[in-house]
Write a protein that binds this ligand. Sequence first.
Ligand SMILES: C[S@@+](CC[C@H](N)C(=O)[O-])C[C@H]1O[C@@H](n2cnc3c(N)ncnc32)[C@H](O)[C@@H]1O
Length: 278
Amino acid sequence: MRATALHDTRPTTNTVNPTTAPVEDARETGVRATSAADGSGAMFDRIARRYDLLNRVLSLGIDRSWRRRAVQATGLRADSEAEVLDLATGTADLALELSEAFPRARVLGVDPSPRMLEIGRRKCAGEERIELVEGDAQALVAPDASFDAVTIAFGIRNVPDREAALREMARVTRPGGRVVVLELAEPRSGILGVPARFWVHHVVPRLGALLSGDREYRYLQTSIARFPSAEEFAATMNCCGLEVIDRVSLTFGAATLFVARPRDTKRVAAPPAAEESR
Ligand SMILES: C[S@@+](CC[C@H](N)C(=O)[O-])C[C@H]1O[C@@H](n2cnc3c(N)ncnc32)[C@H](O)[C@@H]1O
C-alpha cells in the first residue's frame, strides 16, 4: 500500500474519517438540508434495505453498465495504485466496480447514510482496499489534491449545495486527475425517448413505491425532473473549479456521464466553455 496524504489522515479508531467533515458539523454550518424525503442521508436510511433491489429493477439492470462507463471514464490504468474517492457511495456498488477494475487502487467511499454504508460494508467484506465512511460531499476535509480520481454516481442530485460539492471535488483531485459525475436525467424528447420517459414518469414511481412500500421513491421522479439540463450542469461544473472534458448521454438520455478535470487554480479561470451534446 502506498503511503499518501489520505492514509495519513485516516483514523486508527472506529470513528468518522477526518477525510470528510462529520455530518453533524456540516449541519451546523447550515449547508445540509435534512428531511425524510429530500434525498438526504436520512431519506436513504429509510430505503437502504431495498435500495439495491430497487436499483436493479427500476433501471432494468442498466445501472451496472452505466457505473462501468463511469469507472472507465476515470482514465486510470488497470495497474494503477490510485487513490479514488467515491462520493455518495451508498451501498458501494461503484466502489466495488472501481476496486475490481483497478486491483491495486484504494477506494474511499463516503456517504451520510449509516444504513446505506452498513449494507455497503457487508458487500465489501474482505475487500481491504475499500473503506467506507460517513461524510458529506459538501464539506470534505481531505487535503488538497489527495485523490487521483473522484467519482459520484446518482448522488450529486441529492446534495443540497451542489456547487459546494463540485468545488470540493475539484479541490481534492490531483492535477491531471479526473472527476466523474454520473447522474440520471430526463430522457430526451422525440420518438426514441418515449419508452424511457414513460418508464421514468409512470413506472418508476409506482413500482418504486410498491417494492419499497415507501412514498419517498416518488422523490426520484421529481428530483430528476428538477435536475438541470446536461448543458447547464456542465456549465456549473465549469464554474466550480472544474473543466468538463467529456459529456456522454447514455441510454436515450436517461443518464449522463460528465467527465472533468480540476482547473489549474493558479491561472485566471476561463469563462465556461460551451459543451457539445453527444
Ligand atoms: C441514489 S444513491 C446512490 C448510491 C450509489 N452511488 C450508487 O451508485 O448506487 C444516493 C446517495 O447519495 C447520498 N447523499 C445524500 N446527500 C449526500 C451528501 N450531502 N453528500 C454525499 N452523499 C449524499 C445518499 O445517502 C445516498 O446513499
